[in-house]
Design a protein. Structure first.
Length: 470
């Protein structure tokens, strides 16, 4: 029995040893397999990271100059003013360089480690597209100065010389949108009050006419044809009768579409008996939007301007959108008139006050038989100062914001000192040129204000205004 037990014990022992060795080998094999998989995964991650790095580098290259163009900086003030304003004129939004860098990196191309001058030029170009200020030419100021000098014999254009009679026709928008609220009253209510206040201050012998348009029908498509035919001279061109004028305006309600073309065509008929040889004729269009009826309002305004009536045509946009402003500006530009956008009744009144001042100058000229009306030197000086100061402020702000962007890139280690210095010099050179242009403008505008008025006006118009419109 003992012998059999011993043999059985020995066999069992061998069996256990064999199993143990087999398990150990399996464990070793499994461990080796795991290590191999880990190694392969690690290599895969390295390859993936390497691939990402390459992709990142490739992305930088795709934003490089292989498919990009450096447009070049403006070389005239006219070219500068044609540039659209940038969407990120936020000079002091981020004083911290890291935050500033983070903000602009998403919006600017990725520069390689050692960029060429051409690549830096492109980078600077893209910065300007983000921060470009809304520089303005002197066009509007020239128009205002011409209007303020109305009556001066220095002005060659006979329409700007005072004649025996002064006639003012207001063409008033009565379309449905004039029922919108502004400063606690409708646009139409504000316009009516402004017109009544305006005529109260006119000389007794000045004549006024009021034509409305879009005052019939409704804004519905079904009423469009009816509304687009609706324009009416509700107050005949004549000396002022305040009570009659007030009653007439009360009956006008904003309802329909916007037939500006037809209104201009009818205005020419209104003024046909007031030939420009003996009459100073001024037409004011007040509208809160683009023409919505058939016809070409710009051509209609041009036809009126070129007629024997020879009127001065000025335009007021009352809380008008960008599309409407473009059309109204084109009307004023075509007729060499003034365009102004107003946002509230006070600004509207201010525009009509300009006409009132001209009318008062006409009365002085007529009553005293003066042959020369002096240019309003003080007003023109203030206008020039305001315009130049505004442009100079834009130069300073734009230059500083551009520098703050290069600085953030350099201080945060994403741009070399050499690249920073190149961009800084380019930025200073460019904005020094704009400063020089503005100084020249200041000198030219002051020449108009002084005795060389007519000669300087012609020269400046030729340089900045003529043949610049599409």
């Amino acid at each position: 029995m003992r012998r059999s037990y011993s043999i059985f014990s020995i066999v069992l022992l061998f069996f256990l040893i064999a199993c143990s060795q087999n398990n150990e080998q399996q464990a070793v094999d499994k461990n080796n397999q795991t290590e191999q998989q880990d190694s392969e995964n690690s290599e895969g991650k390295k390859d993936s990271l390497s691939s990402d790095d390459n992709n990142s580098q490739n992305n930088a290259e795709t934003l490089d100059m292989s498919n990009k163009t450096v447009e070049g900086l403006p070389d005239t003030y006219k070219a500068l003013t044609s540039k659209p304003a940038g969407p990120h004129q936020e000079l002091y939004k981020y004083t911290d360089e890291a935050k500033r860098l983070e903000f602009y990196q998403d919006k600017l191309p990725i520069l390689p480690e050692n960029p060429s001058n051409k690549q830096l030029d492109y980078f600077y170009q893209e910065i300007l597209k983000l921060i470009q200020r809304d520089f303005n030419g002197p066009d509007k100021l020239i128009d205002n100065m011409r209007f303020q000098s109305l009556g001066s014999p220095d002005v060659e254009d006979s329409r700007y010389q005072f004649k025996e009679n002064l006639n003012i026709e207001i063409i008033l928008d009565a379309s449905g949108s004039m029922d919108e609220d502004v400063s606690g009253q409708t646009k139409m209510e504000a316009a009516k009050e402004t017109i009544q206040s305006f005529v109260q201050g006119l000389p007794e012998k000045a004549k006024v006419g009021i034509r409305v348009y879009g005052h019939k029908g409704s804004e519905s498509e079904a009423d469009k044809q009816k509304s687009c035919k609706s324009t009416e001279l509700i107050y005949q061109i004549s000396e002022i009768d305040q009570r009659k004028l007030s009653q007439t305006l009360k009956g006008v309600e904003p309802t329909g579409w916007t037939p500006i073309t037809k209104a201009f065509q009818e205005a020419e008929k209104d003024l046909k008996d007031f030939n420009g040889d003996r009459n100073t004729n001024i037409v004011y269009l007040v509208s809160d939007g683009i023409a919505t009826c058939e016809g070409d309002p710009i051509q209609a305004a041009k036809d009126l301007y070129s007629s024997e009536v020879t009127p001065i045509i000025n335009v007021i946009g009352f809380q008008v959108d960008q599309k409407g402003q473009k059309q109204l500006e084109n009307i004023a530009d075509t007729t060499k008139g003034i365009y102004e956008t107003v946002e509230n009744p006070n600004q509207l009144k201010k525009e009509f006050d300009k006409v009132k001042e001209v009318a008062q100058s006409w009365e002085d000229w007529k009553d005293h038989s003066e042959t020369k009306i002096s240019v309003k030197d003080t007003e023109n000086s203030l206008d020039i100062f305001g315009y130049i100061t505004d442009e100079e402020g834009k130069i300073i702000d734009e230059r500083m914001q551009a520098e703050s962007i290069f600085s953030a890139y350099w201080m945060e280690g994403t741009m070399s000192k050499e690249s920073y210095q190149y961009l800084e010099e380019k930025n200073h050179t460019y904005h020094d040129w704009i400063v020089k242009e503005v100084k020249e403008l200041k000198s030219e505008l002051n020449n108009i204000r002084e005795k060389k008025h007519q000669e300087a006006l012609k020269a400046l118009e030729e340089k900045y205004k003529n043949n610049t419109k599409e």
